[in-house]
Design a protein around this ligand. Structure first.
Ligand SMILES: [Fe+2]
Ligand SMILES: [Fe+2]
Length: 293
């Protein structure tokens, strides 16, 4: 019979000649699992941190901003200048501004470690759930990002606009995009999405189709789709003017931040329009057809 007390450090185990990996009881199995977890967890964490390439207090703010684009938002949040004053080490800047360095490092690690959430199958969700998701995630993001993009555009045009003449054109396209989207989001939130939710509620409760001021849902859907095309064309123009967001050699960190943010804005708007054009709108049209007027 094999000895008991494996990995417990008992005298009995210590004096045994039995192979140490020989397991014979549930207790031993639990102990081995705990020890393995204790060994593996720190190794895994170290591996992840290595992947993230963590910034250090001796690196300059500019270096961190260039190596880790997600750090720019963190610096903005803490009011750390990553452009003109970005040549100082992070530790020095934090000391000067009396900011807790540990808080900044933790925020940088968190920003770097953020992963894209697993996408949900929106074909199976209710239309109310989908439109709520669009508003809370994509509309909120657009409203938060547009003023920030304008600020970055203004700085970049002021500093580089005379040499890189495409920048004022990008700024102008961004302004048009803002005007287009601001009205568009309001129309969806105030008219179209509430109607779709009402219609879905009527279907669930077996009630007739709710009344609307626009006739069939296909009408506002056609208008929104046309506006998506206009927004998409402006995004394409920005991408073309920026040569696919290619930075010139003399680009400062603000320039980097501007192009990174434009690229991210484009990515998000594409995802947003996909959810509406390809899922929400066709499903709303089909649903309307299935409800008696
Ligand atoms: Fe939308
Ligand atoms: Fe839309």
């Amino acid at each position: 019979m094999a000895p008991s007390g494996f990995l417990t450090g008992t005298g009995e185990n210590a004096s045994s000649n039995v192979h140490p990996f020989y397991l014979h009881s549930d207790q031993s199995l639990i102990e081995v699992t705990l020890v393995a977890a204790a060994v593996i967890a720190p190794l895994y964490l170290r591996h992840k941190l290595k992947e993230i390439d963590m910034p250090t207090v001796t690196q300059t703010v500019r270096e961190i901003a260039l190596n880790q684009p997600s750090s720019i938002r963190v610096f903005e949040e803490f009011g750390i200048d990553y452009c003109c004053g970005g040549r100082k080490p992070l530790g020095v800047v934090c000391a000067e501004k009396e900011i807790e360095i540990d808080e900044v490092l933790a925020a940088l690690a968190s920003a770097a470690a953020q992963t894209v959430p697993v996408s949900k199958d929106w074909n199976k969700a209710s239309l109310k759930e989908l439109s709520d998701h669009i508003v809370s995630r994509h509309h909120s993001y657009a409203r938060q990002e547009l003023p920030r993009l304008h600020t970055l555009a203004e700085k970049v045009v002021k500093r580089h606009g005379s040499k890189h003449t495409e920048l004022p054109e990008i700024q102008s396209a961004l302004k048009s995009l803002d005007q287009e989207l601001t009205q568009h989001l309001a129309k969806e939130e105030m008219v179209l999405f509430p109607y779709i939710a009402k219609m879905e509620g009527a279907l669930v409760e077996g009630k007739p189709r709710p009344e609307s001021c626009f006739g069939t849902v296909a009408n506002p859907v056609a208008m929104m789709t046309k506006e998506h095309d206009a927004a998409g064309a402006l995004l394409a123009k920005i991408r073309e003017l920026s040569h696919n967001f290619t930075l010139p050699e003399d680009a400062c960190p603000t320039y980097h931040g501007f192009y990174d943010s434009l690229k991210e804005f484009e990515r998000d708007l594409h995802q947003h329009i996909h959810l509406e054009n390809n899922i929400l709108f066709p499903r709303a049209i089909d649903m309307e057809a299935s409800i008696a007027a």
